[in-house]
Design a protein around this ligand. Structure first.
Ligand SMILES: [Zn+2]
Length: 249
């Protein structure tokens, strides 16, 4: 409907464009899209000097490359992938999705997620968005992670479950917390009722969130899913904070 009345504009800066739901060239060039070579676990670009320790058996033609960080502190999830680093344009796009009720970028985000998740989407069984606590969900009127999950589902045909994984208590907002505080903040916050265990048992689950910072939230979810018998838990997000921000996985 929107298309009929409003001229197409850039989803970030609102400059006029030929098509709806796109970014203009200048905004596009201000996004740090994450490109290979990546650490197979964290999904972060491997620095040149760290010519990847070739651990594990070669995948399809290429060895798994795992960063020193992931080897030193392996996360609970198996692999994470992100579309881009959390720069100013991405920050604005995520923020408008989260708080602004602006959904014109969703189709674009779905395409980006499908590309970023190509390493594991083929053998993913089920998509689960990171849940919000109920009151927070009501405040925002929707769960931005669920919107992303449904968008990805539309593109891939993969099923989504938004109800089984629950955030059963409010956690303080993660912003401004130290890594340790974040970890404590989310420990025990997520549950999966026993009646839902068959959904994930022996399955490859894909967790979707908007932003990945320390990874403590998705790790808490992954722990719950693996306890319920999930074979693999991968993580796909729009944006992630890199080491430059002083944040780490
Ligand atoms: Zn623009």
């Amino acid at each position: 409907m929107l298309d009929l009345f409003l001229p197409p504009v850039c989803v970030h800066c609102h400059a006029p464009l030929a098509e709806h739901g796109q970014l203009c060239g200048p905004c596009w060039s201000r996004i740090d899209f994450i490109a290979p070579p990546l650490c197979d676990v964290t999904g972060l670009p491997l620095p040149f000097e760290e010519e990847a320790s070739d651990t594990g058996p070669p995948g399809q033609n290429h060895p798994r490359r795992i960063s020193a960080l992931a080897l030193a502190r392996p996360p609970v999830f198996d692999r994470a992938r992100s579309v881009a680093l959390y720069g100013d344009v991405m920050r604005h796009l995520v923020h408008s999705l989260k708080y602004g009720d602006r959904r014109e970028g969703l189709a674009l985000f779905g395409r980006w997620l499908e590309l970023a998740g190509r390493d594991f989407l083929d053998d993913t069984d089920l998509i689960m968005p990171v849940p919000l606590y109920r009151t927070r969900l009501w405040q925002r009127r929707f769960n931005q992670s669920a919107l992303l999950a449904f968008e990805l589902s539309k593109r891939t045909g993969l099923p989504v479950n938004v109800h089984a994984l629950r955030r059963h208590r409010a956690t303080r907002t993660q912003v401004g917390l130290s890594e340790r505080q974040r970890r404590r903040n989310v420990t025990g916050a997520f549950t999966l009722a026993p009646k839902h265990h068959p959904l994930v048992k022996n399955r490859n689950i894909l967790l979707i969130d908007d932003v990945l910072t320390t990874g403590s939230t998705v790790d808490a979810c992954s722990r719950v899913l693996k306890k319920a018998g999930a074979d693999r838990v991968d993580v796909l997000v729009l944006a992630r904070a890199g080491h430059s921000d002083g944040l780490q996985l």
